[in-house]
Design a protein around this ligand. Structure first.
Ligand code: FES
Ligand SMILES: [Fe+2]
Length: 339
């Protein structure tokens, strides 16, 4: 795929909605990367995602209602069970039609988000999370929801563009020396290799906190759409997750989560709530100052210099992403970014 190309959809897990927004017994319309979907939560509490258009006459199923774990179309009342099969047609005396189905999409709920698998092949692994958190039970905090005026591929540059930490965020030039690695075709890892500098009283404190450690700043990117950031000293690793997806006008909409491994004991929830808020504060610091760039940038790295090496490595990586070629619904074409 071409980098930041609104016409191509990279295969992967994409966030669909915060779990708490999808209430039991309710159905919602969802536009997801050029495909119209209906998202609902059945009486049993399980969320399901199906193609939006009823296989009878094409009514949007989000106009219908949830009955138990089934979805009933508003127009002529056909009922589709939790597996997507047509379980009841009122005009046929309530008969089922085994040959009529709605397409169901693979969905997972993790870290307070509903994720949907977008791909022509079977889902690859679990929804994105930083490698260091993979094997832990976790708590999460929804920090913010946002929109940007550029493609999600471009939004993610914000966390790995070494130069701008100095020019925008006032981080000393020698604090971040980032290394990059394509771990799989969809997983890109960026890691800081530098120790904290001792250039000011603040950085001398940071340096003391870190001891002999490097300044921890690691990013796991998945499918050019989701970024998992880990930072902080050894005894307080903090995690943020930036989940993005492309909007119909070629921009990005996303959510920021703070994550932490679940602490044990009666004070566990309290301790975790504290770390989640500390992580959220860290995220807020780095979010300041960039918004105007990501609402107006027309990304085109025409004049690369050596300091752009992380961005160039990331662009190359994204260009090797496997595509979800059959995902887009022709009835809901994506528009290119408005001129
Ligand atoms: S369009 Fe859905 S039942 Fe007729
Ligand atoms: Fe930034």
């Amino acid at each position: 795929m071409a980098f930041a190309d609104p016409a191509s959809i990279a295969e992967g897990w994409y966030w669909a909605a915060p779990s708490r927004d999808v209430r039991r017994g309710r159905v919602y319309a969802l536009d997801m990367l050029g495909r119209k979907l209906a998202l609902y939560r059945g009486a049993g509490g399980v969320a399901r995602c199906v193609d939006a258009y009823c296989p009878h006459m094409g009514a949007h199923l989000a106009l219908g209602r949830v009955e138990g774990d089934s979805l009933r179309c508003f127009f002529h009342g056909w009922r589709f069970d939790g597996e997507g099969g047509c379980a009841e047609i009122p005009a046929l005396g309530g008969a089922a039609r085994a040959d009529v189905r709605i397409a169901r999409h693979t969905l997972a709920e993790r870290d307070g988000l509903i994720w949907i698998w977008v791909g022509d092949r079977a889902p690859a692994g679990e929804p994105p999370v930083h490698e260091a958190l993979k094997d832990f039970e976790r708590r999460s905090l929804l920090v913010s929801r946002w929109r940007k005026g550029c493609h999600p591929n471009v939004v993610l540059i914000n966390a790995i563009d070494e130069q701008h930490f100095k020019t925008v965020h006032n981080v000393p030039g020698n604090a971040l020396i980032l290394s990059t690695q394509s771990l799989t075709p969809t997983h890109f890892r960026v890691e800081n290799t530098a120790a904290p500098p001792r250039s000011s009283w603040l950085w001398r404190i940071v340096s003391r906190v870190y001891g002999k450690d490097k300044l921890c700043y690691e990013i796991d990117y998945f499918s050019g759409a989701t970024g998992c950031v880990r930072f902080g000293p050894r005894w307080a690793r903090l995690h943020l997750l930036f989940a993005t997806r492309m909007t119909e006008d070629g921009g990005a909409q996303g959510v920021t989560l703070a994550l932490t491994p679940k602490s044990k004991g009666v004070f566990g929830p309290l301790i975790d709530a504290l770390w989640l808020r500390v992580a959220a504060l860290g995220g807020a610091y780095f979010a300041v100052g960039d918004t105007k760039v990501f609402n107006s940038i027309r990304f085109d790295l025409q004049t690369p210099i050596p300091a752009d090496r992380t961005v160039r490595a990331y662009v190359r990586h994204v260009e090797g992403q496997p595509l979800a070629g059959a995902w887009r619904d022709d009835r809901a074409p994506l528009k290119a970014v408005a001129e």
